[in-house]
Design a protein around this ligand. Sequence first.
Ligand code: PLP
Length: 450
Amino acid sequence: QQVNPQEGAAVKAADRAHVFHSWSAQDVIDPLAVAGAEGSYFWDFEGNRYLDFTSGLVFTNIGYQHPKVVAAIQEQAAQLVTFAPAFAVAPRSEAARLVAERTPGDLDKIFFTNGGAEAVENAVRLARVHTGRPKVLSAYRSYHGSTSAAIHLTGDPRRWANDTGAAGVVHFWGPFLYRSPFYAESEEQECERALKHLDDTIRYEGPATIAAIILETIPGGSGIMPPPPGYLAGVRELCDKYGIVFILDEVMAGFGRTGTWFAADLYDARPDLMTFAKGVNSGYVPLGGVAISAEIAETFAQRPFPGGLTYSGHPLACAAAVATINVMAEEKIVENAAHLGEQVLGPGLRALAEDHPSVGDVRGTGVFWCVELVRDRETREPLVPYNATGKANAPMAAFGAAAKKHGLWPFLNMNRTHVVPPCTLTESEAQEGLAALDKALTVADEFVAG
Ligand code: PLP
């Protein structure tokens, strides 16, 4: 960890001159020049070190630079760095086997992609060809990626500027008791009413026009909202009743984040297709995929699947997945995430909620938590308006700056901070992060009404 402001300035200058960043007004952003990272921390060129409560974009589930996974990538690079997708190669075969071994039910065939959005695109394609139907239903509070079908399926405002209205997508409300779209007062009511609303949506759209329903098992980017007990089983029943393919998107929730291999395990959920990416190899090399049920795979037994990618199952990415999954099993990393959620982060965040009037709600599991900040606990008015930018977002910006001042890099989205550290976080790192959040929440409290 060497201090070298000059090198940092050069990295920053070339970035500002030539890198065009995601989701950003290019002249407004000020990206930090990163010098290195290890485990749960990263550091800049000025000597500042941050505890990463974001896992990048919620993908470094085993932390940065895990030596065994780095070594596996190096070995694969030396042996066979790339090969075309039509061939059988060892790391691809083994990665598919390891993923299929862990996915629910009979989801035993794996189509590999380069990331989450492509996984969603191909899951939708599989469902449309399998059913011969055009439409897909997805939830308003959701994020499914930024390519064409995936961004149309997305429910949150990231869709708006991309929406051509032509993708055969219909949105519905998923369950979320804290801001219930159904005026529900209990999880049971929320579940029942959300299922009734989904059934009505299907009936009025015309069941024979609907290929698939896609849901994040636990919606992540739009607020980490664990569904009430019974909801996913109810969606399964509706899919069976109407012949609709049930797709679970586990791009963010999968591979240990929820304290189980998949969030689906928490609910014993049984999708027909499941998308994954991020945690499958901790994002060390881009990789995603779709796990496919026996019935849908059978549709393509004699008939060609009409899709493909030059880098489907790239050997380097698959070698990283094999090493990551093996390391997660050997080092009991999933168990660590469960333990942190139950014993440290859950209780710690709930204690912060007691002390800070700006905390409206705390929800989550494993290393997948949302702290929702409000101006008023009674009315639940968000600390900043929906989709606020600039001055209107000042309270969240002040909260974020305070967290960084205390050595914590926070995940911020609208009026929420998501606590999404690596699954490898230690108890003392968790306590360090909670202490920094405690200080930053004092700043958020200043914006509470009254
Ligand atoms: N699906 C979910 C649930 C996600 O959270 C994301 C990304 O955050 C995606 C899909 C898109 O993945 P990618 O950015 O790898 O395309």
